[in-house]
Design a protein around this ligand. Sequence first.
Ligand code: ADP
Ligand code: G3P
Length: 494
Amino acid sequence: MGKYILALDQGTTSSRAILFDCEQNILGISQKEFTQIYPREGWVEHDAMEIWSSQYAVMMEVVAQSGVDAADIAGIGITNQRETTILWDRRTGRPIHNAIVWQCRRTADIVDSLLADGLGDHIKDATGLVPDAYFSGTKIKWILDHVEGARERARAGDILFGTVDTWLLWKLTGGEVHVTDYTNASRTMLYDIHKLDWDQKMLDALDIPRSMLPEVHSSSEIYGHTEIQGVRVPIAGIAGDQQAALFGQTCFQPGDAKNTYGTGCFLLMNTGDAPCRSENGLITTIAIGLNGTVQYALEGSVFVGGAVIQWLRDEMRFLTESRDAEYYAQKVNDTGGVYLVPAFTGLGAPYWDMYARGCIVGLTRGTKREHIIRAAQESIAYQVADLVRAMEKDTGLPLSQLKADGGASRDRFLMQFQSDILGRSVRRPMIRETTALGCAYLAGLATGVWRDTDEIQHLWVCDTTYEPKMEAPRREALLGDWHRAVERSRGWAK
Ligand SMILES: Nc1ncnc2c1ncn2[C@@H]1O[C@H](COP(=O)(O)OP(=O)(O)O)[C@@H](O)[C@H]1O
Ligand SMILES: O=P(O)(O)OC[C@H](O)CO
């Protein structure tokens, strides 16, 4: 049996490859950022070939740099930015359009027409989702509508659809395997999460031929092989990145929850084998498909989390490095009454407003750059607090602690403020690469590296715990003003 697992983590801003050994030590990380394409206001695209080439490059690089023999790699796990939609020609392997990224708002009017046709309840009942341009279904329709001849070619079986996992799997296996896993299928707004089948009513409503959709498999099995250094290595785990992080944080029991602070913020709670329907703006999704069954999760998705720090750095030029945000935030005692609502691509959970746009309120003549930087960081924590409150209302259970991970969880100011504004402990694990670790676990379970989840459960080790220090009245006052600021951002682009 191989001693190592290779995790491919294809995120919104970068492609990463991480090599783990069977004691979950990281032997090497290779990472490559790729181009973000903004063709119009509110539109976001990636070049699908650049996704593939950057992911392939980091995979080969990490193996070469670590000096590991490819024959010792037990398996490869794939985890990916979810919902991002790629259509390609089965014969040439070339995409027929840029990937439409999960953040892209171009299909808001298609969602409006689904709602006008009375499909809102059906979408919620069958797919567990809130009708929104976030999910893949309307993005597929947009490409089929706008690329000449695409729908006819799709009907003839010449065009394939995939989320990023499916695209990478297809490329890695030389075009032999067209498969996704349950977690990714549940993000398309085309998949019935109860019957575990594509939903014909949604396919008809969006005029999407079933023949272009991938087969849906479990999250841990051997899907196919790829060649590294002349060795055939099995691809043995697939999960959307947020579900992979839930798994990597060992949230295996109903009630276990984590929040990932990446480009966006994603709070997921395992609800076991029973799907929990939200009455408070969250979505129901598949947490994992394992051992012939699926587990469900309740999810709150926030579109702009760590990305607001990137925006301060790249567009506002307030920062040279993302990591400087924490230093500047602590140069002032508070935001001076400033609130920043980063609704750059609308608002996700629990508001679901495709037409909201970002705003900064409470500016005075005394407002400094540091106040705005701090307000941006606090906005990440406020958005997560809104998700936690919605989740507690839905489940009737107070969250005892929050497990945190993702790039922006390095920011200690943010983690402390998060704990303060929640009034809960926030715990960060020793291994921050929980997304990659989650898909490594899935690949390792399918190839015998780990026996079962009981064995994995004991591997989670806490690095830092943040305890709340803020008084409840101050917390409520801050949250009250945050909600007033959110109201200012709503419906702006309508
Ligand atoms: N030290 C830091 N402080 C604050 N934000 C950070 C820090 N490091 C990274 N980030 C933010 O985290 C995000 C990247 O996190 P990552 O988990 O790599 O995201 P993704 O998987 O979405 O590409 C970026 O938006 C970046 O601005
Ligand atoms: O790339 P990330 O880590 O921001 O994750 C993106 C999510 O999967 C979108 O649903």
